[in-house]
Design a protein around this ligand. Structure first.
Ligand SMILES: *[C@@H]1O[C@H](CO)[C@@H](O)[C@H](O)[C@H]1NC(C)=O
Ligand SMILES: *[C@@H]1O[C@H](CO)[C@@H](O)[C@H](O)[C@H]1NC(C)=O
Ligand SMILES: *[C@@H]1O[C@H](CO)[C@@H](O)[C@H](O)[C@H]1NC(C)=O
Length: 313
């Protein structure tokens, strides 16, 4: 054996074992989190492929240290239950699927119910909804709430934080200067026609009991909830898009400024950090590799499409 090699490895090994002792929580941390991202039906008039995920959601999770598994639509309940026991969190992305009847809605509802049951018995399992995912979560918790039509298709807005934001789980790890930038600069991209009006939230007991509002926004007429987190569950939702600033290049309303990119990263780091508290694993390494998104390649669609890269299934 090369002696110079063993000399460098030995102190490194010591360093690692000391840092493990120093950090009490590392024993209770999953450093190989795998997060499921919901696919949704592809509406363009092509017979094949039939479902998609925007690559920006995958990169968003990967940039903070997670790996991704696509959750296909139209699977059996048993298949979803098995997948639930294999992954450490789930992300409901934005898009155009129906939140009342679609493959996206069905899978979202199943994983939402499984997450609630698991968390109740102390099996930590986080859920994140972005844009359509936010609306889906509001609909599931609110008992079919009515969303309001807002003029918010392609606008960047500063967040109007509530008093609860600073001590919230999502934002408490954000640097103070970034919180200031988020509150004063239009860093968060909104691409939605439907919103959860503050008025609707205020009159829906299910939503009020379940979610704490962390920020609001307005289109000039209707004030809506833009960030929320559940009181008793690791369930989180933003109506805005934390993933777009670093990874989508096709719209003028997406800020690529340094604080916008930091927002992408700090949001991803928060949610992946939540997934590190889950200890679900695949039955075997073989099943894990078969499920990972690495089995698919994203295609570049930014030249003519409204997204830079898409995974098609
Ligand atoms: C899911 O099932 C529905 C209803 O059978 C069908 O219309 C749709 O094309 C299926 N989607 C995929 C992606 O297989
Ligand atoms: C929608 O908002 C944009 C600014 O984001 C504004 O220019 C436009 O006039 C608004 N449209 C309506 C119908 O209010
Ligand atoms: C922020 O929200 C508060 C509470 O709803 C509201 O009174 C205030 O006008 C909002 N500010 C902006 C800039 O929208």
């Amino acid at each position: 054996m090369d002696t110079s090699m063993s000399r460098t490895i030995f102190p490194l090994f010591l360093f690692i074992s000391f840092s493990c002792l120093a950090s009490n929580s590392s024993a209770k941390r999953n450093d190989k989190p795998i997060i499921g991202v919901l696919t949704q039906e592809y509406y363009l008039p092509t017979p094949n492929p039939t479902a998609f995920i925007l690559a920006s959601y995958v990169k968003f999770l990967e940039c903070a240290g997670a790996r991704v598994v696509p959750i296909m639509v139209n699977q059996t309940l048993e298949e979803y239950q098995t997948l639930f026991k294999s992954i450490n969190g789930v992300l409901y992305p934005g898009g155009g699927a129906s939140i009342t009847s679609s493959g996206y809605q069905r899978a979202a509802e199943i994983f939402y119910d499984l997450a609630i049951q698991a968390n109740k018995r102390g099996d930590y399992f986080p859920v994140w909804g972005t844009c359509l995912g936010f609306e889906q979560l509001a609909y599931l918790t609110g008992g079919g709430v009515t969303l309001s039509f807002t003029n918010t298709s392609g606008v960047a807005l500063p967040l109007n934080f509530t008093d609860e934001a600073k001590t919230s789980r999502i934002f408490k790890g954000f640097p103070a200067d970034l919180m200031k930038d988020l509150a004063s600069e239009p860093l968060t991209e909104n691409s939605h026609k439907w919103s959860l009006a503050t008025l609707t939230y205020n009159t829906n007991e299910n939503l009020q009991k379940f979610y704490k509002v962390l920020s609001t926004n307005t289109d000039g007429k209707i004030e809506f909830v833009s960030t929320m987190e559940a009181y008793d569950y690791p369930i989180y939702a933003t109506q805005w898009h934390p993933e777009k600033s670093a990874f989508e290049w096709t719209r003028p309303s997406i800020s690529h400024s340094p604080p916008a990119i930091r927002t992408t990263f700090y949001t991803a780091e928060f949610f992946v950090g939540e997934a590190r508290k889950s200890f679900h694993t695949f039955q075997s390494e073989e099943e894990e590799s078969k499920a990972l998104i690495y089995n698919y390649s994203p295609v570049y669609t930014g030249a003519e499409g409204i997204y830079s890269q898409i995974y098609l299934f």
